[in-house]
Design a protein around this ligand. Structure first.
Ligand SMILES: [Zn+2]
Length: 426
């Protein structure tokens, strides 16, 4: 039975869904309960040496001991335009108490940068007096102020996390998003993988049903084995009909993290920001006074001033969609790239031989020669980048330069991926 059929069946029987969901909840509660009772957490902790286990304190100091005095808790939210003090007042703290709490918090928390919507938990003792204020900052970090011997003290509490790699496979039926949902893969992980594949694949055209995706990513668990978040995507593979795309995570000795093919070449393929060698930008992207038309207009691209006849390269792999004359642009070439990017090159003295609509070009391939045809005041290449058909500033494109691992990095990378291949059978 297909997933969609299951969903339709479920829609028809809401009571069954309700019952199933309730049972699932009970099951999860039981599971969590039984897990918490297990004395040995080895099953969910990463392997560690016996020595480490002995020397590492079992009770980490990062968690505050449960405060026996706490009787009740209230949660308040910092509203837009209000301060932490306002939220504390709302929770019932006096002006003086609120001031003391804020003073205690100052060294560990930037009180001027508390976002609207930030929650605080205020704990009260049996007399109804505030004794502790907890401010969750991130899934693994909170700031706590507590009253000790009549004085407020604050500290940051970081939850120690263990990254545990998880291997998942899924098959694309309708979309990559749906595949992630069906396989229980966090969307953030799938988005990261999609970003990596997008340098090679045009998702509109290249993806068919039945294609397989393999991902190895980290789950971040706390000491109790509870999953708090996801960590790094370590490996992503997309199997297309006639080829497959692998992306391996690696952090260089210099500390730069990126994704590489098994040969150590970065999977990110930049669109060249400068399609002409030795050029200087004579006019940038944005509004300017048009030199010929004489009024302010959006300059939809970047002008590179360079000698007449200088070859201009395709900024990325793609297909030529326009190669010909335009009254303003003169001789111009437009190339369609994967994932809704187009580039356009104008005012050519001539278009390169063989560059006609429908022809595939490689990054760096010459598409034409600098000239001053069309509406132009001198030899230059007018270069536009379009995303979804709208011009964007090529200078601010967030593509890192393409690079390959070398020497010691390449050797370490090979060792790392060989180890992962052996361990996970990928
Ligand atoms: Zn221009």
């Amino acid at each position: 039975m297909k997933t969609t059929e299951v969903v339709n069946q479920l829609r028809r029987y809401p009571t069954a869904v309700y019952l199933a969901f309730s049972m699932l909840c009970i099951f999860i509660v039981l599971l969590v309960y039984s897990k918490n009772r297990l004395p040995d957490k080895a099953a969910v902790s990463p392997p560690q040496s016996a020595e480490q286990s002995l020397t590492e304190p079992r009770e980490t100091e990062t968690f505050p001991k449960a405060n026996a005095e706490i009787l009740s808790q209230t949660e308040v939210t910092v509203r837009r335009g209000s301060s932490l003090g306002d939220a504390l007042a709302e929770a019932g703290l006096s002006g003086n108490e609120s001031l003391q709490v804020c003073n205690a918090l100052k060294p560990v928390l930037d009180l001027t940068r508390i976002p609207a919507g930030q929650t605080l938990q205020v704990s009260l003792n049996s007399s109804g007096n505030p004794v502790q204020v907890d401010i969750p900052i991130r899934f693994d970090k909170k700031v706590t102020a507590s009253l000790k011997n009549g004085a407020w003290e604050a500290r940051q509490i970081i939850t120690p996390l263990h990254p545990v790699p998880v291997l998942v496979h899924c098959t694309v039926n309708t979309s990559l998003y749906q595949a992630a949902v069906d396989a229980g893969i966090p969307l953030s992980v799938m988005m990261e993988a999609i970003g990596l594949f997008s340098f090679e694949v045009d998702f509109q055209r290249d993806i068919q049903s039945g294609e397989n995706i393999t991902l190895l990513y980290e789950k971040l668990l706390d000491l109790e084995g509870k999953e708090l978040s996801t960590g790094k995507l370590l490996f992503a593979r997309l199997e297309l009909e006639e080829r497959s795309i692998d992306a391996w995570y690696y952090q260089t000795l210099e500390g730069r993290a990126d994704y590489y093919g098994a040969d150590g070449t970065s999977v990110r393929k930049a669109l060249l920001k400068t399609p002409v060698n030795g050029a200087r930008i004579s006019s940038g992207f944005g509004y300017r006074n048009h030199p010929i038309l004489g009024y302010t207009a959006l300059h939809r691209g970047v002008d590179f001033a360079v000698a007449m006849g200088t070859p201009v390269m395709a900024a990325g792999d793609g297909t030529v969609v326009i190669a010909g004359w335009h009254k303003s642009y003169g001789n111009r070439v437009k190339v369609r790239h994967a994932n809704h990017y187009d580039t356009m090159y104008a005012h050519f003295s001539s278009i390169a031989r063989g560059i006609v609509p429908g022809v595939k070009v490689k990054q760096g391939q010459v598409v034409g020669y600098v000239g001053s045809t069309g509406m132009s005041t001198g030899p230059h290449c007018h270069f536009e980048v379009h995303y979804y058909g709208s011009p964007v500033n090529p200078a601010t494109l967030k593509f890192p330069p393409r690079h390959s691992l070398e020497a010691e990095d390449l050797r370490l990378f090979q060792l790392e991926i060989d180890a992962l291949k052996a361990e996970y059978g990928i």
